[in-house]
Design a protein around this ligand. Structure first.
Ligand code: IVH
Length: 666
């Protein structure tokens, strides 16, 4: 046992050292792969021997935003998104902008915009060596093993002219027929259904077991080539060559010489998309020449040489059968329309969101009405109108419920808010379950337990709040219906591991209204012990940058309730972290005290999130927009031109990442 402990400690020491070499000195002594391997080994040992848990272990640093079981990989070229446009007018504006800016002939390539999850495929010497998700655009999850199972992604490229280093950007999709089959199976198993093929594809890509991935029949399309030495200076030609190497390039790709041809393409595919086996949500319009692409360049977010044209969402007409009410963890009550099932862009729609009382009034809804439903970006479709001409008998008018549908309490509505709340937060079951669900989410305590299990344990009286999770017993769990020793052990292990989740995430997990991930992090840094936060006044709270009155009121209200104090106390007794970790504390300085820093652009050494953390850690303020109060702009590649202009005008100093790192390391 002692030997294991030593092994764990040695690994931690090595990893700390390498972190330092990499992040601070920018002089890595080992490869990323080697680092990832050491980290994986550490994570494995820590999982196996939770008794040696340490909140300061370098393993806790492995991004909480990104699934733990995948290594994070920095993108050599950031993965940007495209500016969206919704009308032919905007497309012609884009075209004219390009024309004016280039002031020479140019060609356009039109492609379908496939609606899946983006992927970066790296080929070295013609072999697939890595596949990385988009992540935050700067770094993503290494999902190579899963991607290797996708049959139309070649593992080895054909031909001799393949560049020695190649990144193919593309989209991973789940075709409609695989999606329908998967959801049928899930329905039979009483598992939650995927909302759409996009979610199904990205969910599948993050599975731990690549055998399951293989069984789900994903597909890919590639749409962009990157590398130091590309075969030609034409996007279209390069994609055609890629097709020859065995990559799946859409046959819908088309070169256009005029704006009229672009419009023809848009109109053609707006009709034809209905017959495709996969989802498309628009067309991507690109300048063909790579030289011209480079000349046009990038804004801070998008390339200037391409745009996405989004198709109008499809609409369907159906009947409103009834309205039901859902209660969230904060007690907010939201109306849901139950509809006669109708097919809408490939999926069957049975429910739609009605938002709030004002929205219902605006629609003048009656039961039995013919309504129009549309799918926006959200999972839940929305009702956009009522076909009043189709009314022949007026059903009951839909009015907002006065009582909580779950516990019967009289609802309250603040004058300046459109939302109704159930005030019975301590006794209303969906609120209690919702709070526990929030507590266990990945960005909070990261406990692997689904809503059904929470509901089951609650209904059986085994838990009545999140703190009860920490007193669950193996023997009680193992005997539950359809459970077994393995599920029981896994849950308990996951609960145990959550005890080393850092303070700032514990704070987020508490579910204080308006205290999300970012606010929790700010509060944790300003009040590094929970006692300090508990006794903080509204004035002390609002003195923290970006903490306003609304948040401050909510925090003081939370800690003035005896129930909350008891809850926190029980969590503390269970062993949760309520102090900023020693490491973070030790690293805290006031080198940036009193300085307000704006981050802009994309970076090579750290992610934006990491820079944000560093600013806070060294006592500075991080702000989103440039103003008179800004002291520095930490600028990466492709800083937004608007920000740069404003900075110059206000005389704000612009520093690069090297300079910033020097400022905090001196
Ligand atoms: S080009 C820098 N082409 O849409 C240019 N993207 O909103 C990179 N997408 O992240 C993108 N089909 O996931 C491009 N034919 C296509 C595409 C496409 C789908 C996705 C992709 C991208 C997002 C941009």
């Amino acid at each position: 046992m002692d030997q294991i402990r030593q092994q764990i400690e040695a690994l931690r020491e090595q990893l700390h050292e390498h972190n330092y070499n990499y992040y601070v000195l920018s002089q890595p002594q080992i490869s990323d792969q080697e680092f990832d391997r050491l980290m994986a080994e550490l994570i494995r040992l820590e999982a196996q021997y939770p008794e040696y848990a340490d909140p300061n272990s370098p393993s806790v640093r492995v991004g909480s935003d990104i699934n733990k079981s995948f290594n994070q990989v920095a993108h050599r070229y950031p993965m940007l998104s495209l500016q969206n446009t919704y009308s032919e007018g905007e497309v012609s504006e884009f075209y004219n902008r390009v024309k004016k800016s280039l002031n020479e002939d140019f060609e356009i390539v039109c492609e379908l915009k496939y609606d899946g999850t983006s992927i970066s495929l790296i080929y070295e010497e013609g072999k697939l060596t890595r596949a990385v998700t988009r992540g935050d655009g700067q770094k993503g999850d290494d999902v190579t093993d899963n991607v290797r199972t996708i049959r139309n992604i070649p593992l080895i490229l054909r031909g001799t002219e393949v560049p020695s280093y190649l990144e193919m950007r593309g989209e991973i999709l789940m075709p409609w027929n695989s999606f329908d089959e998967l959801n049928r199976e899930r329905a039979a198993q009483e598992e939650p259904l995927f909302a759409n093929p996009r979610n199904a594809a990205s969910g599948t890509l993050k599975l731990q077991d690549s055998r399951v991935v293989a069984s789900r029949r994903l597909q890919s399309f590639v749409y962009y080539m990157l590398g130091e030495s590309l075969p030609t200076e034409s996007h279209y030609e390069n994609m055609t060559l890629a097709r020859g190497w065995g990559l799946n390039v859409s046959s819908a790709m088309q070169r256009c010489q005029t704006l009229e041809e672009v419009f023809d393409y848009l109109r053609f595919w707006d009709r034809e998309r209905r017959h495709l086996p996969v989802t498309t949500d628009g067309v991507v319009i690109k300048v063909d020449s790579l030289v011209q692409q480079r000349n046009l360049g990038y804004t801070s977010k998008f390339p200037r040489w391409a745009i996405a044209y989004k198709f109008n969402p499809e609409q369907a007409e159906t009947t409103l059968e009834s309205v039901s009410w859902q209660v969230g963890r904060t007690g907010a009550v939201t109306p849901v329309a139950n509809l006669e099932p109708v097919l809408l862009s490939g999926t069957t729609v049975k429910r739609a969101s009605l938002y709030n009382e004002d929205a219902i009034h605006a629609l003048d809804l009656h039961i039995g009405d013919k309504v129009y439903v549309e799918k926006g970006g959200e999972i839940i479709p929305k009702i956009t109108g009522v076909d009043k001409d189709a009314r022949f008998m007026l059903g009951d008018k839909v009015t907002f419920t006065r009582n909580c549908p779950a516990c019967g309490s009289l609802l309250t509505r603040n004058e300046d808010e459109a939302v109704h709340y159930c005030p019975n937060s301590a006794g209303c079951p969906p609120q209690i379950k919702g709070r526990i669900e929030h507590f266990v989410t990945r960005k909070a305590m990261d406990i692997t337990i689904g809503p059904e299990t929470i509901s089951l344990l609650y209904d059986k009286g085994m838990i009545s709040d999140a703190a009860d999770l920490y007193s669950l017993q193996f023997n009680d769990l193992a005997v539950l219906e359809r459970w077994g020793e393995t599920s029981a052990r896994n849950l308990l292990q996951s609960i145990e591991q959550s005890k080393s989740v850092p303070y700032e995430r514990v704070l987020h997990a508490l579910g204080i209204r308006y205290v999300g991930e970012t606010v929790a992090r700010k509060l944790a840094h300003a009040f590094p012990h929970i006692e300090m936060l508990m006794s903080a006044t509204v004035e002390e709270l609002t003195a923290v940058e970006e903490i306003g009155g609304r948040i401050a009121q909510s925090v003081t209200a939370y800690f003035s309730s005896a129930d909350s104090l008891l809850f926190v106390d029980r969590l503390r007794k269970a062993g949760l972290q309520f102090t900023l970790s020693e490491e973070t504390l030790a690293d805290r300085t006031d080198k940036l005290s009193g300085l307000t820093i704006v981050i802009s652009g994309t970076f090579a050494l750290h992610s934006r999130d990491e820079y944000k953390k560093m600013i806070l850690q060294h006592g500075g303020n991080n702000s989103g927009s440039v103003s008179k109060k800004t002291d520095y702009i930490l600028a990466g590649e492709n800083m937004g031109p608007a920000k740069l202009e404003k900075a110059t005008k206000l005389g704000v100093k612009v520093i690069d990442e090297q300079t910033f790192l020097e400022m905090i390391s001196l």
